[in-house]
Design a protein around this ligand. Structure first.
Ligand code: SF4
Length: 450
């Protein structure tokens, strides 16, 4: 282990929240490392602690406030950044002693606050050299954030207040970052944003030169270009706007994974209207059927909210019927929680907690049966699996239809797989959410997406 010079200041870092916040943490840590700071492994050895917070729903806000309290108790010198930083009064009410508060993706401001608290040492890189990017994910996969903020106004959500309007990164920057990541050994890129299908709308889809041609800042063109890199490309938070249909040919020809994460949130027109969801009018069942006709192994993931204000039993049953018809592969479900500052708080027809609970259980049990059915149908087929970890029986990985953390696992029996490798495996059995498979062969590095 390298000897730590006693004068090098060390920064403690606590990262909470979603993958978008994780990418913010990676960017802040990259800047700090370029400035010559070291990272502290615990509170005791840190000269200052940064807490990157989440403020999406009240429970996340409570968790963030508790993490700030813990850092103050354990270390004393604390800087807060991230979504909850957009409401500094709320933080100061509970924790008056924090040194500084900055909002989400305010990298300059948080780094300035750290420098004010603990002066920067000498930079560790020579002038002009690129900073070594800090990644908080395992070496074989990485999140690729293509935009900040959101122009939608869903009534239950305060993200636009916290993170501002849509601000898309130039497509050339995104592709350069993706190329660097793949060159550094990443085999799976997870494209994230608040609304991936809206990418580029704010910059009029401005093109960038890349590999000798113009690529427009539009999700389909971005996905097409990413598909040339030879890594798995997984798209998250894709709203069902009409142009999403243009992604299907990219799946058909194997440029991107046959995976769509579409946060439908509900199926009742009335509830969707009250939620003010984008693309709420889209005829989703028909479109799902068309997508599946063209890409039979397509995995669709989604999230839903039950107990939204005004949701009647009939609205909820409509959602259940829709789920049975849609047969989505992966579903997350949340019980509606009012968020301070959200428009939905003004809506009449609050649903009692016991009814929310009951609807949540009914939805999850219906979906469990759908998931089990869809996974059982894979028995006997050969699938591709990316390996996340090794275990006594072999390896734990994910199929093309499984995103890390949120979807299922594939338990692969057999030797010779390595973490980060992609293997083919024959499915032997399944349960409600996971698959078991026998290793067939390890693919050599550098294969295309399919
Ligand atoms: S699309 Fe809706 S839920 Fe998603 S971040 Fe934007 S406003 Fe919030």
């Amino acid at each position: 282990m390298a000897k730590h010079p006693p004068t090098t200041p060390r920064i403690g870092f606590v990262s909470l929240g979603c993958p978008k916040a994780l990418v913010d943490s990676e960017r802040i840590l990259t800047r700090l490392r370029a400035d010559g700071y070291d990272m502290a492994a615990d509170y005791d050895s840190a000269d200052v602690v940064v807490v990157n917070t989440c403020g999406f729903i009240d429970s996340a806000r409570d968790e963030s406030l508790a993490a700030i309290g813990e850092a103050i108790a354990e270390n004393g010198k604390v800087i807060v950044t991230g979504c909850l930083g957009a409401t500094p009064d709320l933080i100061r009410e509970t924790h008056a002693e924090v040194l500084a508060i900055t909002g989400p993706h305010q990298y300059d401001a948080v780094v300035s606050a750290i420098r004010a608290a603990v002066p920067a040492p000498q930079p560790t890189r020579s002038a002009g050299s690129a900073p070594l990017e800090v990644k908080l994910t395992p070496p074989h996969f990485a999140y690729l954030k293509i935009s900040e903020g959101c122009n939608n106004r869903c009534s239950f959500c305060i993200i636009p207040q916290l993170r501002g309007r849509l601000a898309s990164r130039p497509v050339g920057d995104v592709l350069d970052e993706a190329e660097r990541l793949v060159a550094g050994g990443v085999r799976e890129l997870l494209v994230i944003s608040q609304d991936t299908s809206a990418y580029g709308a704010d910059i009029r889809y401005a093109p960038s030169r890349w590999r000798g041609r113009d690529v427009r800042a539009r999700v389909t063109e971005l996905a097409d270009a990413l598909g040339e890199l030879g890594a798995w490309i997984r798209l998250h938070y894709v709203y069902p706007y009409p142009h999403v249909d243009e992604l299907i040919p990219l799946m058909e020809c194997g440029k991107i994974l046959p995976y769509l994460d579409v946060p439908f949130q509900h199926a009742s027109r009335t509830v969707l209207k009250a939620m003010r969801r984008p693309a709420a009018e889209a005829r989703t069942l028909e479109r799902i059927a068309t997508w599946r006709e063209r890409v039979p192994d397509l995995t669709i993931r989604s999230t839903f909210i039950v107990g939204f204000p005004g949701e009647t039993e009939a609205n909820f049953e409509q959602l259940l019927e829709w789920l049975e018809a849609a047969e989505l592969d992966r579903v997350g479900c949340f019980k509606y929680e009012p968020v301070a500052g959200a428009k939905a708080n003004e809506l009449p027809g609050g649903v009692p907690d016991d009814v929310k609970d009951e609807r949540w259980h009914r939805l999850m049990s219906a979906q469990r049966a759908i998931s089990a059915r869809r996974l059982a149908a894979k028995t006997g087929t050969t699938i591709r699996v990316i390996i996340d970890a090794l275990c006594d029986e072999g390896a734990i990985g994910r199929a093309m239809g499984d995103a890390p953390e949120i979807d299922g696992n594939v338990y692969v029996a057999g030797d010779h797989a390595e973490v980060g490798s992609i293997v083919s495996a024959r499915v032997t059995h399944s349960d409600d959410y996971d698959l078991w498979a026998q290793l067939v062969e390890v693919e050599p590095d550098g294969l295309g997406a399919h």
